[in-house]
Design a protein around this ligand. Structure first.
Ligand code: UT7
Length: 326
């Protein structure tokens, strides 16, 4: 049995923050941020918003578009790196409760920015096993609360937002056709929150506040990202006997427009094939790909039968992509 994306939804917080606002308290500039990343704006959650709140709104939109009620869901999957709580309870359980998805199991996927890519294949597998008929997959992040606002190397890169998809069984040849999923834990420290877990617990008076926040070796992740986007797209095309002409869009994780441009050059794939919307949202980690898919649908850029390839990479390190027939 196959599985297809039946509908999508997205939600970003109302507060829209420009690059210029960073100029007021960091040694940076709109010119630097735009020229190095392609980012112009990001949306910032209000104090009372957590990933479950953003995710719930995206989910409600996706469910409405699918014409399904929450009690028809057999599973709620949430990809997040900035969950409502540390470790437990899962953000998926909180969203399950907020929606009233009374017949659903619920679990989080801790895959960093590759979470939605892993989630599509997880949902497909659960549908094939008969565990669920309809699955809600959410990517939701409030990264602005775990980033270091005093560090210009990371603060300008991230934003908050959520995207959601309803995934249902499908037998007509459309849907999630293939997924390529990989990891490289040797790069675990390149993108990490050093303290707050059980290895390095928070100790009052001893733990440096910054160790609780997101840290990144930007150049290392940049080089990794370019390479794995190329590897992911090439592998998916080759093993499905496709050329890039068969594909309508590549939907990459939106971390930096220059990463996407470098991957396009290295793979000799025209830049126009890559869908990019980072200027508006910055990097929303597990939410970038579903927000991008939702944008494609809302802009009426996809037609039934179109092939798209997703390509994600992120903390873990993890990477991979999906081949989807719309
Ligand atoms: O979702 C997955 C996680 N994130 C990523 O994939 C991000 C991956 N990495 C990147 O996107 C890029 O490496 C960055 C955007 C983080 C940095 O861009 P870069 O072109 O690799 O810059 P760099 O790290 O080589 O730094 C160049 C200079 C440095 O100054 P010095 O040492 O040459 O004097 C930085 O201190 O740019 C400086 N710099 C800044 N200057 C102004 C770094 N951030 C800023 C800033 N404003 N916001």
């Amino acid at each position: 049995m196959g599985a297809a994306i039946r509908s999508l939804g997205a939600y970003v917080p109302k507060r829209r923050m420009s690059n210029h606002e960073f100029e007021e308290f960091l040694d940076t500039s709109d010119e630097w941020i735009q020229s190095h990343t392609g980012i112009k704006f990001r949306h910032v959650a209000s104090d009372d918003e957590a990933p479950s709140d953003l995710g719930r709104r995206a989910a409600e939109q996706a469910l409405g578009r699918a014409g399904l009620s929450p009690d028809q869901l057999g599973m709620v999957l949430v990809a997040t790196a900035s969950g409502d709580h540390v470790g437990f309870p899962s953000t998926a359980c909180i969203i399950q409760d907020k929606l009233g998805a009374s017949n659903a199991a619920a679990m989080d996927l801790l895959v960093g920015c590759t979470g939605f890519v892993y989630g599509l294949e997880t949902a497909k597998g659960l549908i094939a096993s008969g565990a669920a008929e309809h699955i809600l997959l959410v990517g939701s992040e409030v990264l602005t609360r775990i980033m270091d606002w005093e560090d210009r190397n990371t603060a300008v890169l991230f934003g908050d937002g959520a995207g959601a998809a309803v995934i249902s069984h499908s037998n007509n040849g459309c849907g999630i056709l293939d997924s390529f999923l990989r990891s490289d834990g040797s790069g675990a420290r390149a993108l990490a929150r050093e303290a707050g877990g059980t290895r390095t617990p928070f100790r009052p008076g001893q733990t440096d506040r910054r160790e609780l926040l997101l840290k990144m070796e930007g150049r290392l992740v940049y080089n990794f990202a370019v390479q794995v986007i190329v590897d992911t797209v090439t592998t998916i095309l080759t093993r499905n006997r496709l050329t890039i002409d068969d594909v309508k869009y590549i939907v990459p994780h939106q971390a930096n427009e220059r990463i996407i441009e470098a991957a396009a050059r290295r793979s000799r794939i025209p830049r126009e094939k890559f869908f990019v919307n980072i200027a508006e949202y910055a990097n929303t980690s597990a939410a970038t790909i579903p927000i991008a898919l939702n944008d494609l649908v809302e802009r009426e850029m996809l037609e039934p039968g179109d092939l798209i390839v997703t390509a994600g990479f992120g903390a873990g390190l993890t990477f991979g992509g999906n081949l989807v027939r719309w």
